[in-house]
Design a protein around this ligand. Structure first.
Ligand code: TXA
Ligand code: MG
Length: 330
C-alpha cells in the first residue's frame, strides 16, 4: 500500500488514549499494545474501518480477525458461550486466550471482520492501555498483529513504526509486550473444545482447567487439509534470512538463536548470537523470541540457526512460530 498517512506517535497515557479513541471512532487504524503482541486496531463494527486493516497489512485475502472486548460482558454480547467457553473465559480472561464461539444475535461485529463466518473469535486482553482504549471507544476492536502480512509480529512500538509508519493513523506506545507471542486460540463450537493455534496460554494450563485433553487442530505441519483457523498459512513470521531448526552446528554465514546453556559447534564464528533464555525459562524465551529474530535478521546473516527448544509449556507455541518462520515461502 502507498504511504499515505503521517503516523502519529502517541504515549499510552490519558491524552494518548483519548486521541487514539477519537481516531478509531472516526474509522482509522491505530496500533495498540496488548500483553501478547502489538495489534492493528479498528472499530470491528465498521466494515470500512476493518477494510483499512487488511489494506494496511497487505493481507492477501480476507482472513477473519479477533474482536477484542474490554470485559466478559462485552464478549457475551458478540458470541454464544457454552459451558466450556465460560469456564475458559473465567480462568484465563483477561489474558492471552482467544475463544472462537458461535455468533450471538446481539453481535455488532461486522461480517467483514469475521470474513463472513457464522463464528467469531473473541479476546479480552490483559493490558491497561488496551483496556483503556476499549473502554473509551466502547466498541469491540478488530486487531490482528500490527505487522505486514506474513512477517514477524511486533513486540515493541518501535517494531510497529519500522513496519507500518505511513500506513496507519497512529501508534500507541505501551512499552514491550509481556508475553511476546500471540494468544492461544480455542474453538468452542459445540462438543469438545479444539486447539486452533498454540500461544500465550499453554496446553497444560488449559487442560488443567478443562479436566481433559484438548484435540489439536493447529496444522503446524502444514497439513494439506484446509486449516481450521483460515489465517494460519504455513509460511508466516518470516524473517528475510532462512531459518534452520534444531541446529547442532552454526555455519559461518549464520546467526545463532540459542536456548539455555548450549554452545553449539561454530558458535564463535557465527555472524551474531542471541540467547532466548540462558536459564532455560520458556516464558522468558517467548517474550524474547520475535525481538531476537528481528535483531538477528537485521545483521544481514544468510540464515538463522536455532538450537533445540523443548516443546512443553510455552515451548509448543515458540516452536510453532519457528516452524512457520522456517517453512517454504512458496
Ligand atoms: O495475541 C493475539 O491474538 C494478537 C493480538 C493483537 O490480540 N492478534 C492476532 O490476530 O494474533 P491475528 O489476526 O494475527 O490472528 C487471528 C487468528 C487467525 O489465524 C484467524 O484465522 C483466526 O484467528 N480466526 C479468527 N476468527 C476465526 C474464526 N471465526 N474461526 C477460526 N479462526 C478464526
Ligand atoms: Mg499475525
Amino acid at each position: 500500500a502507498p504511504a499515505t498517512f503521517t503516523t502519529e506517535m502517541l504515549f499510552g497515557d490519558d491524552a494518548g488514549i483519548a486521541r487514539a479513541a477519537t481516531l478509531v471512532r472516526a474509522g482509522a487504524c491505530v496500533a495498540l499494545p496488548t500483553e501478547t503482541v502489538y495489534g492493528l486496531a479498528a472499530d470491528a463494527t465498521d466494515a470500512r474501518a476493518v477494510a483499512g486493516i487488511y489494506e494496511a497489512k497487505g493481507r492477501p485475502r480476507f482472513n477473519p480477525l479477533i474482536a477484542h472486548c474490554a470485559d466478559f460482558a462485552g464478549a457475551v454480547r458478540e458470541g454464544v458461550f457454552d459451558a466450556h467457553a465460560r469456564r475458559l473465559a473465567e480462568a484465563f480472561w483477561p489474558g492471552p486466550l482467544t475463544l472462537v464461539v458461535p455468533l450471538a444475535e446481539t453481535a455488532r461485529v461486522s461480517d467483514l471482520a469475521r470474513a463472513g463466518l457464522p463464528s467469531i473469535a473473541l479476546r479480552v486482553p490483559d493490558h491497561p492501555v488496551a483496556t483503556a482504549l476499549l473502554r473509551a471507544v466502547d466498541r469491540p476492536l478488530a486487531a490482528p498483529s500490527a505487522n505486514p502480512s506474513g512477517r514477524i509480529s511486533p513486540t515493541e512500538a518501535a517494531h510497529v513504526a519500522h513496519d507500518m509508519a505511513g500506513r496507519i493513523a497512529a501508534i500507541l506506545d505501551g512499552g514491550e509486550t509481556r508475553v511476546g507471542l500471540e494468544s492461544t486460540i480455542i474453538a468452542c463450537l459445540g462438543g469438545a473444545p479444539r486447539l486452533l493455534r498454540p500461544g500465550g496460554v499453554s496446553r497444560e494450563a488449559l487442560e488443567a482447567v478443562l479436566g481433559f485433553a484438548l484435540a489439536d487442530d493447529s496444522s503446524a505441519s502444514g497439513a494439506p487439509s484446509a486449516p481450521v483457523a483460515p489465517g494460519m498459512l504455513t509460511s508466516h513470521y518470516a524473517p528475510r534470512a532462512r531459518v534452520r531448526l534444531n541446529a547442532e552446528t552454526i555455519e559461518p554465514d549464520e546467526a545463532a538463536l540459542l536456548f539455555g546453556t548450549v554452545s553449539p559447534r561454530g558458535i564463535d564464528e557465527a555472524v551474531a548470537a542471541r540467547n532466548l533464555s540462558e536459564s532455560g525459562d520458556l516464558r522468558e524465551a517467548a517474550a524474547n523470541l520475535f525481538g531476537a529474530m528481528r535483531a538477528l535478521d537485521e545483521t544481514g546473516a544468510a540464515g538463522i540457526a536455532v538450537t533445540p527448544i523443548p516443546e512443553h509449556g510455552l515451548g509448543a507455541a515458540i516452536m510453532d512460530r519457528l516452524r512457520r518462520a522456517a517453512a517454504d515461502r512458496g
